[in-house]
Design a protein around this ligand. Structure first.
Ligand code: NAD
Ligand code: ZN
Length: 344
Protein backbone atom coordinates (compact mmCIF):
# COMPACT_ATOMS: atom_id res chain seq x y z
CA UNK A 1 0.00 0.00 0.00
CA UNK A 2 0.97 3.65 -0.25
CA UNK A 3 1.80 5.47 2.98
CA UNK A 4 3.50 8.64 4.10
CA UNK A 5 6.28 7.83 6.51
CA UNK A 6 7.88 10.29 8.90
CA UNK A 7 11.64 9.95 9.38
CA UNK A 8 12.87 13.26 10.79
CA UNK A 9 11.68 16.81 11.46
CA UNK A 10 11.86 19.62 8.91
CA UNK A 11 11.91 17.39 5.82
CA UNK A 12 8.87 16.46 3.71
CA UNK A 13 7.19 13.23 4.77
CA UNK A 14 7.96 10.44 2.31
CA UNK A 15 5.29 8.78 0.20
CA UNK A 16 6.42 5.15 0.04
CA UNK A 17 5.23 1.68 -0.89
CA UNK A 18 4.99 -0.38 2.32
CA UNK A 19 3.42 -3.77 3.15
CA UNK A 20 -0.32 -3.64 3.86
CA UNK A 21 -0.66 -4.43 7.58
CA UNK A 22 -1.89 -7.83 8.67
CA UNK A 23 -4.42 -8.33 11.46
CA UNK A 24 -4.64 -10.47 14.58
CA UNK A 25 -7.73 -12.22 15.98
CA UNK A 26 -9.01 -9.07 17.71
CA UNK A 27 -8.11 -6.57 14.99
CA UNK A 28 -9.73 -5.07 11.94
CA UNK A 29 -8.21 -3.88 8.69
CA UNK A 30 -9.64 -0.54 7.58
CA UNK A 31 -9.53 0.93 4.07
CA UNK A 32 -9.00 4.59 4.89
CA UNK A 33 -11.35 7.07 3.22
CA UNK A 34 -10.48 10.27 5.06
CA UNK A 35 -7.60 11.43 7.28
CA UNK A 36 -7.48 14.84 8.93
CA UNK A 37 -4.37 16.93 9.45
CA UNK A 38 -4.20 18.06 13.09
CA UNK A 39 -2.27 20.88 14.72
CA UNK A 40 -0.43 18.13 16.62
CA UNK A 41 1.05 16.86 13.34
CA UNK A 42 2.91 20.19 13.10
CA UNK A 43 4.68 19.38 16.37
CA UNK A 44 6.19 16.27 14.72
CA UNK A 45 6.99 18.26 11.59
CA UNK A 46 9.08 20.67 13.66
CA UNK A 47 10.51 18.16 16.12
CA UNK A 48 8.66 19.54 19.16
CA UNK A 49 7.06 16.12 19.61
CA UNK A 50 8.89 12.86 18.91
CA UNK A 51 6.93 9.84 17.70
CA UNK A 52 7.27 6.53 19.52
CA UNK A 53 9.09 4.88 16.59
CA UNK A 54 10.89 5.86 13.40
CA UNK A 55 9.89 5.57 10.63
CA UNK A 56 6.21 5.91 11.44
CA UNK A 57 2.98 6.55 9.60
CA UNK A 58 1.48 9.51 11.49
CA UNK A 59 -2.14 10.74 11.34
CA UNK A 60 -4.75 10.17 14.05
CA UNK A 61 -7.99 11.57 12.56
CA UNK A 62 -9.19 8.58 10.58
CA UNK A 63 -12.37 7.23 9.02
CA UNK A 64 -12.90 4.41 6.55
CA UNK A 65 -14.49 1.07 5.76
CA UNK A 66 -13.76 -2.25 7.48
CA UNK A 67 -12.19 -4.57 4.92
CA UNK A 68 -11.17 -7.58 7.06
CA UNK A 69 -11.97 -8.69 10.59
CA UNK A 70 -10.13 -11.02 12.95
CA UNK A 71 -11.73 -14.29 14.07
CA UNK A 72 -12.74 -12.93 17.51
CA UNK A 73 -14.18 -9.59 16.34
CA UNK A 74 -17.85 -9.07 17.21
CA UNK A 75 -18.46 -5.30 17.33
CA UNK A 76 -18.02 -4.51 13.61
CA UNK A 77 -18.39 -6.31 10.32
CA UNK A 78 -16.80 -6.23 6.91
CA UNK A 79 -18.22 -3.25 4.99
CA UNK A 80 -19.03 -1.19 8.09
CA UNK A 81 -18.23 2.51 7.96
CA UNK A 82 -16.17 3.44 11.02
CA UNK A 83 -14.13 6.18 12.61
CA UNK A 84 -11.06 5.48 14.70
CA UNK A 85 -10.56 6.13 18.41
CA UNK A 86 -6.80 6.79 18.44
CA UNK A 87 -6.16 5.73 22.03
CA UNK A 88 -5.37 2.06 22.49
CA UNK A 89 -6.14 1.34 26.14
CA UNK A 90 -5.85 -1.78 28.30
CA UNK A 91 -9.36 -1.55 29.81
CA UNK A 92 -8.03 -2.93 33.11
CA UNK A 93 -5.91 -0.28 34.83
CA UNK A 94 -7.21 2.08 37.49
CA UNK A 95 -7.82 4.90 35.00
CA UNK A 96 -9.58 2.70 32.45
CA UNK A 97 -11.74 1.33 35.27
CA UNK A 98 -12.80 4.88 36.06
CA UNK A 99 -13.73 5.52 32.42
CA UNK A 100 -10.64 7.60 31.77
CA UNK A 101 -9.10 5.49 29.02
CA UNK A 102 -7.34 8.64 27.77
CA UNK A 103 -5.15 8.27 30.86
CA UNK A 104 -4.66 4.50 30.53
CA UNK A 105 -1.44 3.41 32.22
CA UNK A 106 -0.68 1.12 29.30
CA UNK A 107 -1.82 3.56 26.65
CA UNK A 108 -0.47 3.54 23.13
CA UNK A 109 -1.61 6.09 20.57
CA UNK A 110 -2.41 5.47 16.93
CA UNK A 111 -0.39 7.93 14.87
CA UNK A 112 2.20 8.33 17.65
CA UNK A 113 3.35 4.94 19.01
CA UNK A 114 1.85 2.79 16.27
CA UNK A 115 1.16 3.49 12.60
CA UNK A 116 -1.65 5.92 11.85
CA UNK A 117 -3.86 7.23 9.09
CA UNK A 118 -1.70 8.80 6.41
CA UNK A 119 -1.88 5.55 4.44
CA UNK A 120 -4.24 3.50 2.32
CA UNK A 121 -4.95 0.97 5.08
CA UNK A 122 -4.65 0.69 8.84
CA UNK A 123 -4.90 -2.30 11.18
CA UNK A 124 -6.42 -1.44 14.59
CA UNK A 125 -7.83 -3.31 17.59
CA UNK A 126 -11.54 -3.76 16.87
CA UNK A 127 -12.50 -1.83 20.01
CA UNK A 128 -10.88 1.24 18.47
CA UNK A 129 -13.35 1.08 15.56
CA UNK A 130 -16.52 3.10 16.25
CA UNK A 131 -19.38 2.66 13.80
CA UNK A 132 -20.08 5.77 11.76
CA UNK A 133 -23.79 6.32 11.03
CA UNK A 134 -24.65 6.74 7.33
CA UNK A 135 -25.64 10.37 8.00
CA UNK A 136 -22.04 11.30 8.85
CA UNK A 137 -19.65 11.66 5.90
CA UNK A 138 -16.18 10.08 6.19
CA UNK A 139 -14.48 13.49 6.24
CA UNK A 140 -16.50 14.46 9.34
CA UNK A 141 -15.89 11.02 10.82
CA UNK A 142 -12.15 11.70 10.53
CA UNK A 143 -12.20 14.99 12.44
CA UNK A 144 -14.65 13.60 15.01
CA UNK A 145 -11.71 11.33 15.92
CA UNK A 146 -9.71 14.25 17.31
CA UNK A 147 -10.64 17.91 16.76
CA UNK A 148 -14.36 17.61 17.55
CA UNK A 149 -14.03 15.18 20.49
CA UNK A 150 -11.02 16.91 22.05
CA UNK A 151 -13.09 20.09 22.12
CA UNK A 152 -16.02 18.24 23.71
CA UNK A 153 -13.76 16.74 26.37
CA UNK A 154 -12.14 20.10 27.16
CA UNK A 155 -15.50 21.61 28.11
CA UNK A 156 -16.19 18.61 30.33
CA UNK A 157 -12.83 19.09 32.04
CA UNK A 158 -13.75 22.75 32.48
CA UNK A 159 -16.98 21.62 34.22
CA UNK A 160 -18.95 23.77 31.82
CA UNK A 161 -22.53 24.45 32.89
CA UNK A 162 -25.35 26.01 30.86
CA UNK A 163 -25.28 29.75 31.31
CA UNK A 164 -21.49 29.89 31.78
CA UNK A 165 -19.41 32.47 29.97
CA UNK A 166 -16.58 31.02 27.88
CA UNK A 167 -13.39 32.37 26.30
CA UNK A 168 -11.46 30.33 23.73
CA UNK A 169 -7.87 31.26 22.87
CA UNK A 170 -6.88 29.82 19.46
CA UNK A 171 -9.64 29.14 16.95
CA UNK A 172 -8.09 26.26 15.04
CA UNK A 173 -9.52 22.81 14.38
CA UNK A 174 -9.89 22.16 18.11
CA UNK A 175 -10.68 25.66 19.42
CA UNK A 176 -13.34 26.33 16.78
CA UNK A 177 -15.20 23.23 17.94
CA UNK A 178 -14.93 24.36 21.56
CA UNK A 179 -16.85 27.44 20.42
CA UNK A 180 -19.40 25.23 18.61
CA UNK A 181 -19.94 22.93 21.62
CA UNK A 182 -20.21 25.88 24.02
CA UNK A 183 -23.02 27.18 21.84
CA UNK A 184 -24.71 23.75 21.69
CA UNK A 185 -24.55 23.37 25.48
CA UNK A 186 -25.97 26.82 26.20
CA UNK A 187 -23.14 29.21 27.05
CA UNK A 188 -24.43 32.68 27.88
CA UNK A 189 -21.47 34.44 26.26
CA UNK A 190 -18.77 33.02 23.98
CA UNK A 191 -15.64 35.03 23.26
CA UNK A 192 -13.23 33.76 20.58
CA UNK A 193 -9.62 34.97 20.37
CA UNK A 194 -7.19 34.43 17.50
CA UNK A 195 -4.69 36.41 15.43
CA UNK A 196 -6.15 35.53 12.01
CA UNK A 197 -9.16 37.55 10.84
CA UNK A 198 -10.62 34.66 8.84
CA UNK A 199 -10.79 32.55 12.03
CA UNK A 200 -12.53 35.37 13.87
CA UNK A 201 -15.13 35.72 11.11
CA UNK A 202 -15.69 31.96 11.01
CA UNK A 203 -15.97 31.79 14.82
CA UNK A 204 -19.06 34.00 14.62
CA UNK A 205 -20.62 31.38 12.33
CA UNK A 206 -19.69 28.64 14.81
CA UNK A 207 -21.40 30.53 17.63
CA UNK A 208 -19.04 33.15 19.08
CA UNK A 209 -20.81 36.27 20.33
CA UNK A 210 -17.63 38.36 20.41
CA UNK A 211 -14.24 37.94 18.79
CA UNK A 212 -10.92 39.56 19.60
CA UNK A 213 -7.84 39.79 17.40
CA UNK A 214 -5.02 39.35 19.93
CA UNK A 215 -2.54 40.89 17.49
CA UNK A 216 -4.47 44.16 17.60
CA UNK A 217 -6.17 44.35 20.99
CA UNK A 218 -5.46 43.26 24.55
CA UNK A 219 -7.81 40.28 24.96
CA UNK A 220 -7.67 40.34 28.76
CA UNK A 221 -8.85 43.94 28.88
CA UNK A 222 -11.60 43.25 26.35
CA UNK A 223 -12.78 40.14 28.19
CA UNK A 224 -12.86 42.03 31.48
CA UNK A 225 -14.98 44.68 29.79
CA UNK A 226 -17.33 42.09 28.23
CA UNK A 227 -17.84 40.34 31.58
CA UNK A 228 -18.39 43.37 33.82
CA UNK A 229 -14.86 42.96 35.14
CA UNK A 230 -15.57 39.46 36.47
CA UNK A 231 -13.80 37.30 33.87
CA UNK A 232 -15.24 34.18 32.24
CA UNK A 233 -16.40 30.98 33.91
CA UNK A 234 -14.40 28.76 31.57
CA UNK A 235 -11.23 29.96 29.84
CA UNK A 236 -9.68 27.52 27.38
CA UNK A 237 -6.18 27.73 25.88
CA UNK A 238 -6.06 25.99 22.50
CA UNK A 239 -3.28 27.84 20.65
CA UNK A 240 -0.25 26.53 22.54
CA UNK A 241 1.67 29.74 23.13
CA UNK A 242 2.91 31.09 26.48
CA UNK A 243 1.14 34.36 25.74
CA UNK A 244 -2.27 32.75 25.16
CA UNK A 245 -1.83 30.68 28.35
CA UNK A 246 -1.20 33.91 30.23
CA UNK A 247 -4.28 35.48 28.63
CA UNK A 248 -6.37 32.44 29.53
CA UNK A 249 -5.27 32.64 33.16
CA UNK A 250 -5.89 36.35 33.45
CA UNK A 251 -9.29 36.09 31.76
CA UNK A 252 -10.79 33.57 34.17
CA UNK A 253 -13.39 34.70 36.62
CA UNK A 254 -12.08 35.96 39.94
CA UNK A 255 -14.35 36.69 42.83
CA UNK A 256 -13.72 36.30 46.54
CA UNK A 257 -13.79 32.52 46.76
CA UNK A 258 -15.09 31.38 43.39
CA UNK A 259 -12.96 31.15 40.35
CA UNK A 260 -13.32 30.40 36.70
CA UNK A 261 -11.78 27.21 35.38
CA UNK A 262 -8.73 27.56 33.17
CA UNK A 263 -8.29 24.62 30.81
CA UNK A 264 -4.97 24.05 29.05
CA UNK A 265 -5.82 22.02 25.93
CA UNK A 266 -2.94 22.73 23.55
CA UNK A 267 0.47 21.21 24.03
CA UNK A 268 2.80 23.68 25.77
CA UNK A 269 6.51 23.29 25.10
CA UNK A 270 7.91 26.14 27.15
CA UNK A 271 7.72 26.86 30.87
CA UNK A 272 4.63 28.86 31.79
CA UNK A 273 4.82 31.82 34.12
CA UNK A 274 1.52 31.87 35.98
CA UNK A 275 0.91 35.58 36.32
CA UNK A 276 -2.69 35.23 37.43
CA UNK A 277 -1.81 32.75 40.21
CA UNK A 278 -2.63 35.17 43.03
CA UNK A 279 -6.26 35.38 41.99
CA UNK A 280 -6.79 31.74 41.00
CA UNK A 281 -8.94 29.77 43.40
CA UNK A 282 -9.34 26.13 44.34
CA UNK A 283 -9.50 23.75 41.39
CA UNK A 284 -9.07 26.52 38.86
CA UNK A 285 -6.26 25.22 36.67
CA UNK A 286 -6.82 22.06 34.65
CA UNK A 287 -5.21 20.10 31.84
CA UNK A 288 -7.38 18.47 29.20
CA UNK A 289 -5.85 15.61 27.27
CA UNK A 290 -7.47 13.96 24.27
CA UNK A 291 -10.92 12.44 24.87
CA UNK A 292 -12.39 9.20 26.18
CA UNK A 293 -14.26 6.36 24.48
CA UNK A 294 -17.41 7.68 26.10
CA UNK A 295 -16.79 11.19 24.73
CA UNK A 296 -16.40 9.76 21.23
CA UNK A 297 -19.57 7.71 21.54
CA UNK A 298 -21.53 10.77 22.66
CA UNK A 299 -20.05 13.01 19.97
CA UNK A 300 -21.02 10.55 17.22
CA UNK A 301 -24.60 10.51 18.54
CA UNK A 302 -24.74 14.32 18.76
CA UNK A 303 -23.41 14.76 15.21
CA UNK A 304 -25.85 12.12 13.95
CA UNK A 305 -28.73 13.94 15.66
CA UNK A 306 -27.55 17.18 14.00
CA UNK A 307 -27.14 18.91 17.36
CA UNK A 308 -23.84 20.29 16.04
CA UNK A 309 -23.16 21.38 12.47
CA UNK A 310 -19.80 20.28 11.06
CA UNK A 311 -20.53 21.42 7.50
CA UNK A 312 -18.10 24.36 7.78
CA UNK A 313 -15.41 22.49 9.70
CA UNK A 314 -13.49 21.15 6.72
CA UNK A 315 -12.11 23.90 4.53
CA UNK A 316 -9.74 21.75 2.47
CA UNK A 317 -10.34 18.36 0.89
CA UNK A 318 -7.01 17.27 -0.55
CA UNK A 319 -5.99 14.27 -2.64
CA UNK A 320 -4.03 11.74 -0.57
CA UNK A 321 -0.65 12.64 -2.08
CA UNK A 322 -0.97 16.29 -0.97
CA UNK A 323 -0.20 15.70 2.71
CA UNK A 324 2.92 17.87 2.77
CA UNK A 325 1.01 20.69 1.14
CA UNK A 326 -1.76 20.39 3.76
CA UNK A 327 0.80 20.52 6.58
CA UNK A 328 2.37 23.59 5.02
CA UNK A 329 -0.82 25.63 4.71
CA UNK A 330 -1.91 24.71 8.26
CA UNK A 331 1.53 25.69 9.57
CA UNK A 332 1.71 28.97 7.68
CA UNK A 333 -1.97 29.86 8.25
CA UNK A 334 -2.52 30.18 4.50
CA UNK A 335 -5.61 29.87 2.32
CA UNK A 336 -8.12 30.45 5.12
CA UNK A 337 -7.61 26.92 6.43
CA UNK A 338 -9.50 25.45 9.36
CA UNK A 339 -9.18 21.68 8.90
CA UNK A 340 -7.71 19.90 5.87
CA UNK A 341 -8.67 16.28 5.23
CA UNK A 342 -6.96 13.87 2.83
CA UNK A 343 -9.63 12.09 0.81
CA UNK A 344 -9.19 8.66 -0.81
P1 NAD B 1 -4.57 24.69 14.57
O1 NAD B 1 -3.25 24.99 13.96
O2 NAD B 1 -5.71 24.34 13.71
O3 NAD B 1 -5.03 25.94 15.48
C1 NAD B 1 -4.20 26.76 16.22
C2 NAD B 1 -4.89 28.13 16.26
O4 NAD B 1 -4.20 28.97 17.19
C3 NAD B 1 -4.88 28.85 14.91
O5 NAD B 1 -6.18 29.31 14.57
C4 NAD B 1 -3.91 29.99 15.14
O6 NAD B 1 -4.19 31.13 14.33
C5 NAD B 1 -4.13 30.27 16.62
N1 NAD B 1 -3.03 31.02 17.23
C6 NAD B 1 -1.71 30.84 17.06
N2 NAD B 1 -1.02 31.76 17.80
C7 NAD B 1 -1.96 32.50 18.45
C8 NAD B 1 -1.89 33.60 19.37
N3 NAD B 1 -0.71 34.10 19.76
N4 NAD B 1 -3.06 34.12 19.84
C9 NAD B 1 -4.25 33.61 19.46
N5 NAD B 1 -4.37 32.57 18.58
C10 NAD B 1 -3.24 32.03 18.10
O7 NAD B 1 -4.31 23.52 15.63
P2 NAD B 1 -5.38 22.57 16.36
O8 NAD B 1 -5.49 21.32 15.58
O9 NAD B 1 -6.57 23.36 16.70
O10 NAD B 1 -4.56 22.22 17.67
C11 NAD B 1 -4.30 23.24 18.61
C12 NAD B 1 -3.38 22.74 19.69
O11 NAD B 1 -4.06 21.73 20.43
C13 NAD B 1 -2.08 22.11 19.21
O12 NAD B 1 -1.07 22.42 20.12
C14 NAD B 1 -2.36 20.63 19.27
O13 NAD B 1 -1.18 19.88 19.48
C15 NAD B 1 -3.24 20.57 20.47
N6 NAD B 1 -4.14 19.42 20.51
C16 NAD B 1 -4.28 18.90 21.71
C17 NAD B 1 -5.11 17.84 21.86
C18 NAD B 1 -5.29 17.28 23.23
O14 NAD B 1 -5.60 16.19 23.37
N7 NAD B 1 -5.14 18.00 24.32
C19 NAD B 1 -5.76 17.29 20.75
C20 NAD B 1 -5.62 17.89 19.51
C21 NAD B 1 -4.78 18.99 19.41
ZN1 ZN C 1 -5.27 15.69 16.87
Amino acid sequence: MKAFRFYEPEVPWKLEEVPTPTIGDNDVLVKIKAAGICGSDLHYKHGRMKPGKIPIILGHEIAGVVEEIGSKVRNVNIGDRICVHYIISCGDCVHCSQGNDNRCRNRRSIGHHVDGGFAEYIAIPSRNAFKLPDEIPFEQGAIIGCAVSTAFHALRVGEFQPGDTVAVFGLGGVGMHVVAWARVFGASKIIGVDIVDFKLRLAKEFGADFTINAAEEDPVKEIRYLTDDLGVDVSLEVAGTEKTMEYALLSACESNYASGRVVSVAAQFKPIVIKGMRTLREGALRKSGDHTRDDLRRVIQLVKAKRIDLSKSITHRLPFDKLNYGLEILDEKKENILRAVLIQ
